[in-house]
Design a protein around this ligand. Structure first.
Ligand SMILES: [Zn+2]
Length: 448
């Protein structure tokens, strides 16, 4: 059965950036079969209709850097810079995940993302049990790129795995999940960051990813102490150290890139490497402000991501869009990072970054129906003037009314379809208690 979304303010994010009040017809294969002015699409009897009058209709958001395994640790690692944040809290907590606690964390994160209009994400998994994330995404209906993290150097609070086992485990996961769930799941090889990985591991992982046509995903140049440590360990600037090991190119997504030399910026542009910009995280961990306007002016491809719940503490595409724009204005002037650019980065930009812009990222005939309908019946969304500015600067995750992924309605009237949010929340509460008990991290207050 097809679906007709009627009468919304459609932001297509196509090449012409068309915006108009109209209808979208989604066929029973889950693709956009037609879009045009209100009443212009003839549909057969029995077509399901969704009233989108007075709503903004836009492409599903594509977040290019998240950690579903950390959704459970929101609030467990406050007021720390990157390295103590990792060492004192995040790594010991991740190391204490069981299959069931990781599943609870993933379901919690996926629920938050989907209720907020995110339809695709690039996730960095954790060392063990990453299949729980894929399985949760398959059930939830998310379009997911994910890979287990590799860490074969140091103890990292219990997150260590020898090289051969780590690579073999990743290859097994890629065999099992890459292309699964009607093509919604994709494997992405994910060495955590250069300081936690041997050179041999990074080379092996880069080879495996390219052999299989998978993305590569890592963290880089988030914090000045990290950059100094990389220089001490490798004798090179971070991006050059990664480049020399095969981690650069159009299939590589580097989260953060806040602290870069001139040569590194040039390298990003020259190699067509993708930057995942994470504005909330860069502020909360006091890492700095990535110079996104400059990178974009050099032609570097940039997407946006909320990163982990403990360093944000939201997974909201709306928060990240708003901040991605506001952050740059005091530094580059009020015309920097206008709403249209930011919305494009969160949709088509993300889809291009992940190599799926022929399938998602804009509302165009033939594409997968990954569509978000946002209500405007709240004071902060009136009067209705510039819909793109409303979306980027004023709207919130709670304004999302309906979310479709591949034509399947995954959020209806602000609620997840086919699953119980109550169960997701109570499973998360129970799982957190279990992880805290196992991790025995000093100083964690009790949850309530
Ligand atoms: Zn991250």
């Amino acid at each position: 059965m097809g679906t007709l979304l009627e009468g919304g303010m459609i932001l297509t994010v196509d090449a012409a950036q068309r915006c108009f009040i109209g209808d979208i017809y989604v066929d029973d294969h889950g693709r956009i079969a037609a879009l045009g002015p209100t009443g212009s699409i003839a549909v057969a009897g029995g077509t399901r209709t969704i009233d989108a009058r007075g709503c903004i209709v836009c492409p599903g958001f594509v977040q290019v850097h998240v950690h579903l395994c950390q959704a459970l640790f929101r609030g467990s690692a406050e007021d720390r810079a990157l390295l103590p944040w990792l060492n004192e809290r995040i790594w010991p907590l991740e190391a204490a995940h069981s299959m069931s606690s990781l599943r609870a964390s993933a379901r919690l994160g996926l629920a938050e993302l989907m209720l907020g209009g995110t339809t695709t994400c690039l996730d960095m998994g954790t060392l063990r049990h990453t299949e729980a994330i894929f399985d949760a995404a398959a059930v939830a209906g998310m379009r997911l790129f994910c890979g287990k993290t590799h860490m074969d150097l140091g103890d990292n609070g219990g997150l260590y795995e020898p090289l051969d086992r780590s690579v073999q485990d990743a290859c097994d996961l890629a065999d099992r999940y890459h292309g699964a769930a009607q093509g919604r799941l994709h494997y992405a090889f994910a060495p955590r960051f250069i300081l936690s990985c041997s050179e041999a591991l990074i080379r092996r992982v880069a080879d495996e990813a390219r052999r299989r046509g998978c993305l590569l995903h890592t963290h880089s140049s988030e914090n000045p102490d990290e950059v100094t440590a990389v220089r001490a360990a490798t004798g090179k600037d971070n991006l050059f150290a990664l480049h020399d090991l095969g981690l650069s190119g159009k299939d590589v997504v580097l989260a953060h890139c806040v602290w870069l030399s001139e040569h590194e910026k040039e390298l990003l542009a020259r190699t067509n490497t993708v930057v995942a910009h994470c504005p909330s995280t860069n502020l909360k961990l006091a890492s700095g402000v990535a110079n996104i306007p400059e990178l974009r002016s050099r032609g570097v491809r940039v997407g946006i991501g909320a990163d982990g719940a403990p360093c944000n503490n939201r997974l909201s595409a709306f928060t990240e869009m708003r901040l991605a724009s506001l952050l740059q204005k005091p530094l580059h002037g009020a015309t920097a990072m206008p709403a249209t650019d930011v919305l494009r980065m969160m949709t088509m930009g993300g889809a291009e970054a992940l190599g799926i812009s022929h399938e998602v990222g804009s509302l165009e005939v033939g594409k997968q129906a990954d569509i978000v309908v946002i209500g405007t019946d709240r004071p902060h969304l009136r009067p209705r003037v510039d819909p793109t500015a409303m979306l980027v600067f004023a709207a919130e995750a709670a304004d999302v009314r309906h979310v479709m992924i591949g034509g399947q309605l995954r959020v209806r009237d602000g609620e997840l379809t086919g699953t119980s949010l109550h169960d997701i929340l109570s499973d998360a509460d129970a799982a957190l208690a279990e992880v805290w008990r196992r991790a025995a991290v000093p100083g964690l207050a009790s949850s309530w």
